[in-house]
Each structure stands twice: as structure tokens, then as C-alpha cells.
Design a protein around this ligand. Structure first.
Ligand SMILES: *Cc1c(COP(=O)(O)O)cnc(C)c1O
Length: 229
């Protein structure tokens, strides 16, 4: 087995263990492999080890990679910031966009999603720990944006996504993820049809799953350390 295959196996075991501890079925949690900065060969190896969903932050880099991997049935998730001038590429090439935090961006994605493609699956990015310089809507703005996005053609609203600041230990990680899970629950109770809570990365996926994450985004633990930008 390649080291990527081996790492994937280890991450899947971590997910299964975390699900068992939380008394949740393992199928409730999808693993997204975050392949940013790694080349198409790394993605190919992960695919050979059974991985299907891949996350990318840098849109131009991602689109080039997709072209080299178009022979594989992969699912591509945009998890990086989406500027107005990049919405067309996202709408044309990705299956999911997790980082929608403004109505204007959602409207452009809606208008630019090509006819004949399935709807773009969308998560609202929430600034759950309120970092001042961070992207994401504030928690009390999430419901309004979600309602607007849910009405746009060409998009299908699926849920919420968070990127909390790194926390020192499990308890601190869990406390932040619990806040996101509470917000998710409240929006569902308010009638929004959401099924995806995108949270948890290499360092905190156990705490995220304990809180209720349905999709973890894992890079380093699968592909290794990234070169610093
Ligand atoms: C890079 C990145 C990840 C993966 O982080 P790791 O710590 O390498 O697992 C997950 N989500 C987002 C939004 C990222 O930018």
C-alpha cells in the first residue's frame, strides 16, 4: 500500500472510533480528502485507495488538477475563499461550495451554474468563534442568508461549514464544535432542510464528530505536511 493509502486507512479508523464513541453510525460521517498543494498523482493514489470526495482551497490550482484527473469519477469540494471574480470557475467545475458567506456570491454561483449540471451543493460558512478578520457569517446572520440561498435556482443548500481557530485540547475543540452543532439544530428546527455539518480537520476530527459533524475535511493526516505558502 502507498503511504497515502495507509494514511487514509488510519483516518478512516479514527472516524470509525469517534463515531462508535459518540454512538453514531459511521456512515453518517463523510471523509473529504483535502488535496490543496498536492499534485494529481497524490489524488490518484487516494482514489485508488477508495477515496472519492476531494477538497481544494485555491480555485485556479483546483481547476487545473481536475482537468488532469477527468478520467476519474471524483467529487470536488471548494473550501477556499470565493472572490467574485472566481465564482464562474467554481460554478462550472465544482460539485460543492462550502464557503458561501455572502448573498452576492451565492447569486453569482446560481446564475453561473451551467444548465444541465446538477445543482451546486452549498454550505454557508459560519464564523463560529467570532474571529474578527475571518470569513464566514456571524452565527445570528446564518438563518437569513440560508433562507435566501435556499431559494436560488442552480444551488442546493446542504448545511453549514466552520473553520474554528486551533484550540489547545479536546475539550476546547468540542466546546466550539458544540456551538456550531447547536446553530445547525436551531436552523433545522426553524424549517431549513439541512443535512450537512462540515467541520473537523486532521487535528480535531474526533471532537467534531462527537459534536455532530457529518463531513470532516482532512488534509495533513492523509497527504502529509504542506509546504508553507
Ligand atoms: C487546509 C484545510 C483543511 C485541512 O486541514 P488539515 O489540518 O491539513 O487536515 C480543512 N479545511 C479547510 C477549510 C482548509 O483550508
Amino acid at each position: 500500500m502507498t503511504s497515502i493509502g495507509h494514511n487514509l486507512h488510519t483516518v478512516r479508523e479514527r472516524i470509525a472510533t469517534a463515531c462508535a464513541r459518540a454512538q453514531r453510525p459511521a456512515e453518517e460521517v463523510t471523509l473529504m480528502a483535502v488535496s490543496k498543494t498536492f499534485g494529481p498523482e497524490a489524488v490518484r493514489q487516494a482514489h485508488e485507495a477508495g477515496q472519492r470526495a476531494f477538497g481544494e482551497n485555491y480555485i485556479q490550482e483546483a481547476v487545473e488538477k481536475m482537468a488532469l484527473l477527468s478520467d476519474l469519477p471524483l467529487e470536488w469540494h471548494c473550501i477556499g475563499p470565493i472572490q467574485s471574480n472566481k465564482t464562474r470557475l467554481v460554478a462550472q467545475h465544482f460539485d460543492w461550495a462550502h464557503t458561501v458567506d455572502r448573498l452576492k456570491i451565492a447569486q453569482r454561483l446560481s446564475e453561473q451554474r451551467p444548465q444541465g449540471k446538477p445543482p451546486l451543493q452549498v454550505c454557508i460558512q459560519v464564523n463560529i468563534d467570532g474571529g474578527t478578520s475571518k470569513s464566514g457569517v456571524l452565527p445570528d446572520e446564518a438563518a437569513d442568508l440560508a433562507r435566501e440561498v435556499a431559494r436560488l435556482p442552480g444551488l442546493r443548500l446542504r448545511g453549514l461549514m466552520t473553520i474554528p481557530e486551533p484550540a489547545p485540547d479536546y475539550e476546547a475543540q468540542k466546546a466550539v464544535h458544540d456551538q456550531a452543532a447547536d446553530l445547525f439544530r436551531r436552523l433545522r428546527e426553524a424549517g431549513l432542510e439541512l443535512d450537512t455539518l462540515s467541520m473537523g480537520m486532521s487535528a480535531d476530527l474526533e471532537a467534531a464528530i462527537a459534536a455532530g459533524s457529518t463531513m470532516v475535511r482532512v488534509g495533513t493526516a492523509i497527504f502529509g505536511a504542506r509546504p508553507r505558502p
